[in-house]
Design a protein around this ligand. Sequence first.
Ligand code: FAD
Length: 350
Amino acid sequence: MKIGIAGAGLLGRLLALHLVRQGHEVHVFDLASGPLARGAAGWTAAGMLSPTAELESADENIFRQGLRSIELWSQIIPGLNQPVSLTHAGSLLLAHRTDTGAAMRIVGLLEQKAPVDHKPRALSPAELSELEPCIHGPGRAWLLPHEGHLNTVEAMAALQSSAVGTQWHWNTPVVQLESGRLITATGSHSFDHVFDTRGTGMREAGRPFDAHDVNCLNVRGVRGEIFWLHAPGVTLNRPVRLLHPRHRVYVVPRSNNIIVVGASEIESEDRSPASLRTTVELLAAAHSMLPALAEARVVHSETNLRPALADNLPRIEHQAGLTRINGLFRHGWLIAPAVVEEALNTFSGH
Ligand SMILES: Cc1cc2nc3c(=O)[nH]c(=O)nc-3n(C[C@H](O)[C@H](O)[C@H](O)COP(=O)(O)OP(=O)(O)OC[C@H]3O[C@@H](n4cnc5c(N)ncnc54)[C@H](O)[C@@H]3O)c2cc1C
């Protein structure tokens, strides 16, 4: 089949990879200037694969899609033509003693919602310092054993370069999609089937967000700010989250001595640079659990928008000749492979 995809973000790249490998003729259109231009939220994400921790605010379906996706990433990544770091060393929840009450409410919720072998396991100070020798300060720690993380910058590049045979149309915003048709500034393009994976770009310009309409086109952006620290000598083996009464902060290790600190979650579509408030809160919280970060250098900060629907859940909408997928919100990397698997199963069943 001849397939058109609008949007070369996380979903668009994964779809292209699967469809071109199945032997379809695949064309992908994006407003970005090239394969490494970093407009998609997929580039900005920290890459935490945290099905259990996300149960704090997400439903059990996200948990199941997360577990399935972790399995699928382990199959997809070794088959890519560039290396992508993917780990399964679990993640940690940490709390300062003064915040134990607030932390216990979250840990209690996860204990209730998670199946038995995914429940948080309390760590003694000795166990914590064996796992993460650079962490000092938080008096309470729990291990979430089956969580992981991947390097999103490596993965975005590798997904695109591995979809060999795909025709990429950069600098080409898609203004409208119809059954088997994709309309750009240069004209109308016909396909057997089109996929709409434009994330926050799916909402018509000027159309106000309707909080009661659960529909892929009625998407909103949720602002997220993130920081990269260069911290040679600071060892961190897995993602850690600080359970703080006011702000959520996580710290994620990357290659080349980079540590990612994130992320704000603000109901705003403002993509301007990080605010002073977010900078102070996130970096102070990160330093309070990893004091060795004091001399780290802030080498990069980035702001992007998470594509979210009215209920903050993902959605696949099929009609003849057109599939829309949206609403991956804060769990895109956690659930994308399972969402794409489901979309392609239904598509091939048509
Ligand atoms: C700060 C931050 C931290 C995050 N951390 C995590 C995390 O740790 N774990 C996790 O699982 N998820 C995380 N996420 C969420 C994840 O990044 C998103 O859920 C995911 O990227 C959504 O994928 P998508 O393909 O729908 O959208 P995107 O990745 O945003 O891709 C959309 C694409 O559509 C293109 N586009 C838009 N309009 C048009 C148009 N008119 N025509 C053509 N192309 C168009 C864009 O250029 C873009 O390339 C985070 C997000 C942010 C912002």
